[in-house]
Design a protein around this ligand. Structure first.
Ligand SMILES: Nc1nc2c(c(=O)[nH]1)N[C@H]1C(S)=C(S)[C@@H](COP(=O)(O)OP(=O)(O)OC[C@H]3O[C@@H](n4cnc5c(=O)[nH]c(N)nc54)[C@H](O)[C@@H]3O)O[C@H]1N2
Ligand SMILES: Nc1nc2c(c(=O)[nH]1)N[C@H]1C(S)=C(S)[C@@H](COP(=O)(O)OP(=O)(O)OC[C@H]3O[C@@H](n4cnc5c(=O)[nH]c(N)nc54)[C@H](O)[C@@H]3O)O[C@H]1N2
Ligand code: SF4
Ligand SMILES: [Mo]
Length: 698
């Protein structure tokens, strides 16, 4: 912290999204925030921020935010002491375990778990002691297919290839909207300028998306694609590329897999013209360097796993994997893979109770959580940083399932759509009150950097840090009765050790150095390193993994169906989601400055489709899927494909019991009251949100 007169400045990283922008926060002598701006001296974000950064101040001051545990009573919520809360929660855990066994307690971990270093470093220890196989997280409503393909091909779920956006000559972006999301599985602050820089140095980038997004608008080219048909576009690109390169035996096999998917055939399925598919393949082959990057849109669909595999394949076929300007592997200062084992099986070691969906890396697909609660296998649930009622398929069903639980605990800062079902909520400090080192996202970054942030505000004496909560619970459920409960250990020690023994430790990088330089350290551009980091048994890329090859039959059968059948007339529209720069999944709608302005929770529909359906702009319509129905205002726009409609996810705050004053005044409806828990990627178990069949009711 630096000071001049009474005004002083604090530098830190924003932990709200994956971009980890550097912030410059000025405060007066009373510790009131005067401004939050981009930190020009941050070597990575270079002064960039987005409007959500100022939301950190709103979260800090939010009257609805919890600071002490609350317990649900017949007369509403009552504030209780931490001692009371810990005693009740730990004895409930022990009672349930004793009576029914460890698996009877379910756990759901949401997105901010990976944006809080305290939670990230302390929750795993608690979960190990809890020992349940009924673990779920937002991963299977998001990026599980990426992890699956990475594990199969490179030997570890976290060996995710990241686009070398600063040096590439051609970037193909499929199903991602970094101008709204600020990048995902690609930590890339200031993404708009980095994309424009590709163009300035004579390269280009192309966007494939059923909606003409903010990113598509600044691209050299945007192609509409029918939802959930990307697997065929990718196969067609493999078809074209393998016909133009020298083929080894393995590549020959890929070529024969792709044989059926000529641009002519695939054009009929995807709606992308034959010439355009061919020219994309040419661009990928001819550019000096090129990279294919596919995110949410190609992950949350019926063939998400195969899509992510194909994206890696194309980067390999065009000689762009692990090479400058292509898809590369970061080498973070906190090396998450330092102790990873080679060739470990982490798939399908157990299954969900009702549908027998496969476990991956210790977690079951979240689409199975509600049915497994309703079937009675999970009687107690713990949610951590999650709002699955709004964020997982068929939220209405989960809402009912949560109401049927015998006991629920939430580690969360709000009483929202999910946590209102809890018996006890344990609220940790957050945002400006905590120390932060981005353990996960430096691992996914387009440049190697490291940055540590001190807390800006001291916590009240009645508040607890996340790590204090998890350590306390771990200690209480694992010690013998009658022994003294050890004090929670600050995970900062782990951080210091990780720096020391990480890849830059030898060169002298220490936690203290990061503390002394709150702008962050630049550790250089990504370097080819796959040989050193690969974790497959053979030490080679597994280009043709059996599990993925087996799924190609399903891909083919579905293609044949799409090529012959008429449209499903019962549900004649396909639903997709969207993100807005001023939203953050479901939980930042309680900031007035972020929600004000025109209603964002609208149904986007193409003029021709609106005409066919007989709906007018701004009309309120009912829209229905197999699982539910919502009422929503129509917004007619030619920025979406005909026969596709879009609703943003994360809204729907009008549910009874929610205590979010501002959010409920801008409630909107929940996209996930329409998405269907039965629609999944059968390979990985990931939720398939893209292309849900829906119809407008009149
Ligand atoms: N249809 C559809 N569904 C989607 C998506 C989509 O695109 N379409 N996106 C999916 C994706 S990518 C994701 S990641 C998931 C997100 O799904 P979730 O992680 O379940 O949902 P969030 O809205 O991120 O909820 C975050 C929760 O954490 C709490 N919280 C915030 N900060 C803290 C903190 O510091 N500590 C603690 N303990 N709690 C905190 C908030 O109050 C909130 O309850 O949603 C998925 N769902
Ligand atoms: N402002 C803001 N930033 C965020 C978040 C947020 O909620 N708000 N959430 C954060 C999280 S948790 C994540 S995971 C990331 C996600 O980051 P992104 O993946 O960049 O985010 P989305 O905006 O969901 O982009 C998905 C795109 O896929 C398109 N799409 C939908 N279906 C299909 C399809 O079938 N095929 C193709 N090709 N495209 C399709 C959608 O139209 C959309 O433009 O964003 C993070 N950043
Ligand atoms: S882009 Fe993400 S990290 Fe950067 S200021 Fe916005 S929310 Fe924070
Ligand atoms: Mo996500």
């Amino acid at each position: 912290m630096t000071s001049s007169t009474n005004i002083h400045t604090h530098y830190r990283a924003c932990n709200l999204c994956e971009a980890i922008c550097g912030l410059e926060i000025t405060l007066n002598a009373n510790q009131e925030i005067l401004s939050i701006k981009g930190d020009e001296k941050d070597p990575f974000s270079r002064g960039h921020i987005c409007p959500k950064a100022v939301g950190l101040k709103d979260i800090y001051l939010d009257k609805n935010r919890l600071k002490q545990p609350v317990r649900k009573t017949h007369n509403g919520w009552e504030t209780i002491s931490w001692e009371e809360a810990f005693t009740e929660v730990s004895s409930k855990i022990k009672d349930f375990q004793k009576q029914y066994g460890k698996d009877v307690i379910g756990v759901y971990q949401g997105n901010p778990s990976v944006h809080n270093s305290g939670t990230l470093l302390s929750a795993p220890g608690f979960l190990r002691v809890l020992g349940t196989r009924n673990r779920f997280s937002a991963t299977s409503a998001d990026q599980l297919p990426h992890h699956f393909a990475a594990w199969q091909m490179f030997g570890h779920p976290l060996l995710l290839p990241i686009p070398d956006i600063d040096r590439t000559d051609f970037m193909l972006i499929i199903g991602a909207n970094p101008l709204a999301s600020n990048g995902s599985l690609m930590t890339v602050p200031d993404v708009a300028n980095r994309l424009k820089a590709i163009q300035k140095r004579g390269g280009k980038f192309v966007v494939i998306d059923p909606r003409k997004t903010e990113t598509a608008k600044i691209a050299d080219q945007h192609l509409f694609i029918k939802p959930a048909t990307d697997v065929y576009l990718l196969l067609s690109l493999v078809h074209e590329i393998t016909s133009q390169i020298e083929t080894s035996e393995q590549i020959q096999q890929l070529k024969s897999i792709a044989q059926f998917y000529s641009p002519e055939t695939v054009s009929k399925i995807t709606g992308i013209a034959v010439e355009q598919i061919k020219s994309l393949a040419k661009d990928l082959l001819n550019a000096k360097t090129a990279v294919v990057y596919g995110r949410m849109g190609v992950s949350v669909q019926a063939f998400g796993g195969v899509c992510q595999w194909l994206i890696n394949c194309i980067n390999i076929l065009t000689n762009n994997l692990d090479s400058v300007g292509g898809a590369m592997f970061p080498q973070p200062a906190f090396d998450l893979l330092g102790r990873a084992k080679k060739g470990e099986n982490i798939f399908n070691r157990w299954q969900s109770a009702v549908r027998k969906l496969p476990e991956f890396d210790g977690e079951l697909p979240v689409s199975a959580m509600a049915e497994d609660i309703l079937a009675g296998g999970i009687k107690m649930l713990l949610t951590v940083c999650g709002n699955p009622v709004l964020s997982t398929s068929n939220g209405t069903q989960l809402d009912k399932a949560l109401a049927s639980l015998e006991y629920m605990v939430a580690v969360d800062i709000y009483i929202n759509e999910t946590t209102q079902h809890a018996n006890i909520i344990l609220p940790p400090t957050t945002g400006l009150e905590v120390a932060h080192y981005d353990v996960v996202f430096h691992n996914l970054a387009i440049r190697n950097t490291a940055k540590y942030s001190e807390p800006l505000f001291e916590k009240d004496k009645n508040q607890r840090h996340d790590w204090e909560i998890f350590e306390e619970l771990k200690n209480r459920i694992s010690i013998e009765e009658g022994t003294e409960i050890p004090k929670p250990k600050n995970p900062e020690a782990k951080l210091a050790l990780a720096m020391k023994f990480g890849p830059y430790g030898k060169a002298g990088l220490t936690l203290q150095q990061l503390k002394d330089n709150p702008h962050g350290e630049d550790l250089g551009a990504l370097k080819p390193c796959l040989k050193e980091v690969i974790l497959t048994e053979s030490q080679d890329i597994n280009l043709l993994p059996d599990l993925i090859l087996q799924d190609l039959t399903r891909v083919k059968t579905h293609a044949e169906k799409l090529l012959i059948t008429e449209k499903n007339t019962d549900f004649d529209l396909q639903l997709i989601g969207r993100r807005h720069l001023r939203s953050n999944n479901s939980w930042m709608h309680n900031s007035e400055r972020l929600v004000k302005g025109r209603n964002r929770c609208t149904l986007l529909i193409h003029p021709e489709t609106a005409n066919k359906q007989g709906v007018a702009n701004q009309e309120i319509v009912q829209i229905e899927s197999r699982v539910g129905k919502v009422e929503i205002t129509v917004e007619i726009t030619d920025e979406i494909m005909p026969d596709v409609v879009s609703i943003p996810h994360g809204f729907g705050h009008a549910r009874a019991g929610v205590q979010l004053d501002i959010a409920t005044a801008h409630a909107g409806v929940s996209l996930n009251d329409l998405t269907d828990e039965l629609l999944i990627d059968e390979l990985t178990g990931n939720a398939a949100f893209s292309g849900v069949p829906v119809r407008i009711l009149r």
